[in-house]
Design a protein around this ligand. Structure first.
Ligand code: NAD
Length: 378
């Protein structure tokens, strides 16, 4: 079985879906790994390192994809690439099916069996394949590092002969995977950290990392018992906006990470709240891909507001830490493939009744099989 990995086409994408370690393990399964030349370059992985691990390096995407039975990718392939993927191939990546309802139809029409890995169920067995978690964790870390770089004072308290530099105050919005890593990272750098979330379970997690919990606690937030937060009512949002405005005015750096699955990100830090922040403060909005949590965020941009607040609204934060992100992502895909590898036929076998398969598989044999998208297509 041939497995193809291409250079990612999306501008700004630095990650690659296979790294030397995963290539070695894929090869050990009896897979012929074929990689487009230069695919790992932006993640600091040379063709030579991938070749040494057992991959065949070929000049272009068409050659890599010819005869491929499996294609590993980070982003959904563009139209030109899609047209080169053989019918019957299994495509595995963060395809973004929820944000693009016609995608499942496209793959069905192309006869490609597609796994949209961001739809993986959050169950214990799937943890080591969880691309959202591995990438969010690194994004949360990177957000703090870039926030620190943009902040003109420093994070840790410094007592010197010339006087004391106070510690930075960091406020983290959303304490899921990214937010908890942001809290831990900011603490390690010496900041005084507080954080908010709407799920009651997050409160203890925030406190266990040594941060202060700040949040509206009412009947509506108490009902947020699922793994994912739901969209909050207008009444809750008004109460939250007042508390957050008061909080951000006292902080130097705000790290925004709050998401609601399948929806636009909630605006939690309003433009009015940003206007009350001190000059030199920094907002890092890693929810920018979903519109952002801050009213002043311009997705994809670094801006400075009229009152001198820097707002980093870059997209695709995992790509800003591409080496580590590629390593963890490649490991997630390897684990997925290994889990469903049939040793006898030396091909992946995805049992339709398996919860993980049910979660991620969009199409099979030219038909849409994912319950969320069958309905949309009908
Ligand atoms: P996410 O990316 O969907 O959202 C980030 C955070 O934003 C969440 O904590 C959410 O509650 C919060 N949020 C949403 N709306 C908000 C609002 N209006 N105000 C404040 N905060 C808001 O979440 P995630 O990082 O993917 O994690 C979601 C949950 O899943 C967490 O409890 C996490 O521990 C859990 N999880 C479980 C597994 C597993 O069991 N395998 C794996 C990963 C994550």
């Amino acid at each position: 079985m041939r497995l193809a990995v291409l250079k990612e086409r999306l501008p700004g994408e630095t990650r690659v879906a296979a790294v030397p370690d995963s290539v070695k393990k894929l090869t050990a399964l009896g897979i012929q790994v074929v990689i487009e030349a230069g695919a790992g370059e932006s993640a600091a992985i040379s063709d030579a390192a991938l070749r040494d691990a057992g991959a065949e390096i070929v000049a272009d995407a068409a050659t890599a994809l010819a005869g491929a039975g499996v294609v590993l990718t980070v982003q959904a392939p563009d139209d030109a690439t899609l047209a080169m993927i053989p019918r019957g191939a299994l495509l595995i990546g963060t395809l973004g099916a929820a944000g693009n309802p016609s995608l499942a139809q496209t793959y069905a029409a192309a006869g490609i069996d597609a796994c949209s890995m961001e739809l993986l169920p959050r169950i214990t067995r799937a943890q080591s394949m969880d691309v959202l978690s591995s990438q969010a964790n690194l994004a949360g870390y990177r957000a703090v590092i870039e926030g620190a770089e943009a902040f003109p004072r420093g994070f840790a308290m410094m007592m010197t002969a010339a006087g004391t530099v106070p510690p930075a105050r960091v406020f983290v919005v959303g304490a899921g995977v990214a937010g908890l890593q942001a809290i831990a990272t900011a603490r390690r750098l010496g900041a005084i950290v507080s954080a908010t979330d709407v799920r009651p379970a997050a409160k203890e997690e925030i406190k266990s990392l040594g941060a202060t919990f700040i949040g509206v606690e009412d009947e509506e937030s108490k009902a947020q018992t699922g793994a994912y937060a739901k969209e909050m009512s207008a009444e809750f949002r008004a109460k939250q906006a007042a508390l957050i405005a008061e909080t951000v005015a006292k902080n130097d750096i705000v790290i925004c990470t709050a998401l609601v699955m399948g929806r636009k990100a909630p605006i939690i830090v309003t433009s009015e709240a940003v206007a009350a922040m001190r000059m030199g403060s920094v907002i890092v909005d890693i929810a920018a891909d979903a519109g952002g949590n801050c009213g002043a965020t311009v997705p994809g941009e670094r801006i400075v507001t009229d009152n001198g607040v820097v707002v980093l609204g870059y997209r695709n934060w995992p790509a800003r830490i591409g080496v580590a992100a590629s390593t963890l992502y490649a490991r997630n895909l390897l684990t997925f493939l290994t889990n469903f590898w049939d040793k006898d036929s030396k091909t992946p076998k995805l049992p339709p009744e398996d919860d993980i398969v049910k979660g991620v598989l969009l199409t099979r044999g030219g038909a849409i099989v994912h319950p969320n998208f069958v309905q949309q297509a009908a």
